[in-house]
Ligand binder design. Structure first.
Ligand code: BGC
Length: 778
């Protein structure tokens, strides 16, 4: 123990008091021991420091800060140094605001494109996620503060996120959901990690001995502090036993008292508390800013970095007849509300109050283009308007080219709710239809934090996906449209043709109690490649204004090298990707797995030799029986390409390993051919190694603290009235055009009763919640 002396002098009550926050964002100080309070704040793509009223859903304003592109956007850059630099900037702004722990990056795996918070996450691929998130952590922590990678783990959906039990087999857990966190812990040494709200295989993540004690601390050697997600504590003592040193926000001393009582009753060994205090004190010493000189962030410089990050992250999906870049003085009609009011970030706890914000329309008007006019085109929040449609269509007739800005509105991708579908609103689709009839040169500029169905892809000439580009979106998009910046972004996720193609679509978001990850490790391209299902745009895909050639592959002791040449007319950057594929595998596995990449800048005609190093782990699968990684011996194809589908070079390497005795294709007929949309319970149970728990609520049981108001509707008139009242407000806010407020009201429906006293800041006491439950159960 590092702080034995202080800990010895502390009373039991003092020690317990450190285990939860002082208020919404700060830890407690204990002056008599010289322990200062430190501040934690969101994250992840900027600093959300609230000066006044606090909340965890972005309801109240925060201080102005630079709003960088969200993680889903940055991930399209595949640019480790850029992401490190963005991390450095965010860390600097945090430090200048005396924030010691920045709550990010978010690195949950995009299991399903409907997850409402996918815009905050990096990728469907764990390798890419881990590589990029590690850089973000390194960048943030270079300022002497802590990053807080979140949400550990398997926070795959927003629907019922505080109660849902994510059922996932150990192999998929390790290979898909934990690999990113493992990389981050081992490569960038975060000082804190945030546990997620959900359960994983029956235990709340925050109390999960397996996730915390066995994996995070023992296997990976994490030596930092686990922080609960805000209000994510269930049983405080069980959490402490699973290394949850810090519960946030404040619980007005309620759970501190629970710790004291457990020690006095002998159900909690005081040494567990001492160890937690020791770890917390180590964190505080590392990141305390009360005794540090203040730093100044240069917000103008940071804005330029935000613009650069946005440029590097946009993905050119289609460029028929080289419609882009636009020619100077081209007669252009700008259509679509998103040109004037860009959608540049998501909603919820990551909502940044941007220091400044550009918009594409202004930047287009300032460019050498001949802008013939702007038309709004559609109502942003949905609904027909023939007037707007007509206006836009007649404007389109007068131009050589139409630049059409469409996308998802603010309520579609938000914390606490999942998306209902992958579609763009009908009024926008109608507009595209109408415009392509009168002008054959339509370029669509998309805004939104992830994958979309794009039924019009064959009808328009160009598609540029800006994702959620942050405050520099205006400058960045115009630079790309005009060719001042050659686009180089590549998709961090697969774009299906329709949502029902998604492997987890039959299982997402689960039932009342559980969300079964029956598709196992076949998520994203792992499924589409193995099952050979066509997609709209594959993982790793993106176009450039130049062309690249790959040649001369050599493999020397797992170092893969090859030549990359810019064979076109303009400078550009290519993201070269390395995949491995087991030849004649006996176990079921993904046909291809990403194991390396590099983003290479090349002048026209220039060639560079690229080397990517593989490790033995890259060939391994996780074997729960031996609790370790192992390699199936035999041949592996090593493939280099410009997307998962466009492989340009291939070599074979032989690896020694084992002849597997587990996951044999012969024993898992559906997984063997990635036919994962109709996995029988028995095959999933075999993979899980246990029977599936009940999927639905037992309506005869009394409700407890972990049940929700949603369940109360089935109990008695009181529960039903409570439910109806909340749903009334939800629909009311929807009706009056306030979908974000409607989302937040809906969020209450799925809140467990245990949260009521927490989130009301103690105004509704635990006793009153218990009383309410008694009435509902009567
Ligand atoms: C979110 C976290 C966030 C926290 C604090 C929670 O609702 O899940 O990502 O850091 O609130 O705002």
């Amino acid at each position: 123990m590092k702080h034995k002396d202080i800990i010895k002098q502390m009373t039991l009550e003092e020690k317990a008091s450190l285990m939860s926050g002082q208020n919404f964002w700060n830890t407690k100080a204990i002056e008599r021991h010289g322990i200062p309070s430190i501040m934690l704040t969101d994250g992840p793509h900027g600093v959300r420091k609230q000066g006044g009223k606090a909340d965890h859903l972005g309801l109240n304003k925060s201080l102005p800060a630079t709003c960088y592109p969200t993680a889903a956007t940055l991930a399209n850059s595949w640019d480790k140094s850029l992401i490190n630099e963005v991390g450095q900037d965010i860390g600097k702004e945090a430090r200048s605001e005396k924030v010691s722990v920045l709550l990010g990056p978010g690195l949950n795996i995009k299991r399903n494109p409907l997850c409402g918070r996918n815009f905050e996450y990096f990728s469907e691929d764990p390798y890419l996620t881990g590589e990029l998130a590690s850089e973000m952590v390194k960048g943030i922590q270079s300022n002497g503060i802590s990053a807080c990678p979140k949400h550990y783990a398997v926070n795959s959906q927003e629907h019922m996120r505080m109660t849902i039990d994510e059922i996932v087999d150990e192999r998929s857990l390790r290979e898909i959901y934990l690999t990113g966190f493992e990389k981050v812990v081992k490569e960038s040494n975060p000082h804190t990690i945030m546990s997620s709200y959900n359960k994983v295989n029956g235990e709340y993540a925050n109390e999960n001995q397996h996730l915390a004690n066995n994996i995070l601390y023992s296997e990976w050697g994490f030596d930092g502090v686990i922080v609960t997600d805000w209000g994510g504590n269930n049983d405080r003592v069980a959490g402490l036993k699973a290394h949850n040193q810090l519960e946030m926000p404040s619980t007005n001393g309620i759970t501190d008292q629970e710790i004291v009582e457990a020690v006095n009753a002998g159900t909690l060994d005081e040494s567990v508390l001492d160890e937690a205090v020791d770890q917390l004190l180590s964190l505080i010493n590392k990141v305390r800013l009360d005794d540090q000189e203040s730093v100044q962030a240069d917000y103008e410089e940071h804005h330029n970095k935000a613009v650069e990050a946005a440029r590097q992250s946009m993905v050119l999906l289609k460029n028929e007849n080289n419609i882009l870049p636009l020619n100077e003085e081209e007669k252009v009609a700008v259509i679509g509300d998103f040109a004037k009011n860009p959608r540049y970030q998501g909603a919820g706890s990551s909502l940044i109050n941007p220091y400044k914000l550009s918009n594409p329309l202004n930047n287009l008007e300032d460019s050498p283009l001949n802008i013939v006019g702007y038309a709004q085109g559609f109502k942003r929040m949905g609904g027909k308007s023939s007037k707007l449609l007509k206006e836009a269509t007649s404007l389109a007739k007068s131009a050589e080219t139409v630049i059409l800005f469409i996308g998802l509105d603010e309520s579609k991708e938000a914390e606490g709710v999942d998306r209902e579908d992958l579609k763009l609103p009908q009024n926008q689709l109608d507009l595209v239809e109408s415009l392509v009839k009168v002008n054959k040169n339509v370029v669509v500029v998309l805004a939104g934090g992830g994958a979309l169905e794009l039924p019009f892809a064959d009808q328009v000439q160009g598609i540029l996906h800006t994702y959620l580009s942050g405050q520099g979106v205006g400058e960045a998009v115009v630079d790309v449209l005009l060719g001042k910046h050659n686009p180089s972004g590549k998709l961090n996720e697969t774009f299906p043709i329709v949502y029902s193609d998604i492997p987890s679509s039959p299982y997402f978001p689960g039932d009342q109690v559980t969300s079964e990850h029956k598709e196992g490790l076949f998520i994203g391209y792992r499924y589409f490649e193995t099952a050979n299902i066509p997609v709209r745009y594959p993982f790793g895909y993106g176009l450039s204004y130049t062309t690249f050639e790959y040649s001369n592959i050599k493999i020397d002791r797992l170092n893969v090298s090859f030549d990359l040449t810019n064979s076109g007319q303009v400078a550009g950057a290519e993201i070269a990707q390395l995949y491995i594929e087991k030849v004649d595998s006996e176990i079921f596995r993904s046909k291809k797995e990403l194991k390396g990449f590099d983003k290479v800048h090349l002048e026209p005609g220039e060639t560079k030799r690229v080397t990517l190093a593989l490790t033995r782990r890259d060939f391994s699968y996780y074997n729960p029986e031996i609790k370790d990684w192992e390699i199936e011996s035999g041949n592996y194809k090593v493939q280099v390409g410009s997307s998962v589908q466009e492989i340009h070079l291939e070599e074979t390497v032989e690896m020694d390993g084992v002849s597997p005795s587990i996951f044999l294709k012969s024993e898992y007929p559906h997984y063997a051919v990635a036919q994962v949309k109709d996995i029988p319970d028995s095959e999933f149970e075999k993979l899980l190694g246990e029977k599936l728990p009940p999927k639905t609520w037992d309506l005869h049981k009394d409700l407890g603290m972990n049940d929700t108001i949603n369940q109360a509707q089935y109990k008695n008139w009181l529960g039903k009235s409570l439910y109806n009242l909340i749903m009334f407000f939800h629909f009311f806010f929807k009706k009056i055009g306030k979908p974000l407020t409607a989302n937040n009201v809906y969020f209450v429906i799925n809140m467990p009763f245990r949260q009521i006293d927490r989130f009301s800041g103690g105004k509704i006491s635990r006793k009153n919640v218990e009383r309410l439950l008694r009435w509902i159960n009567r």
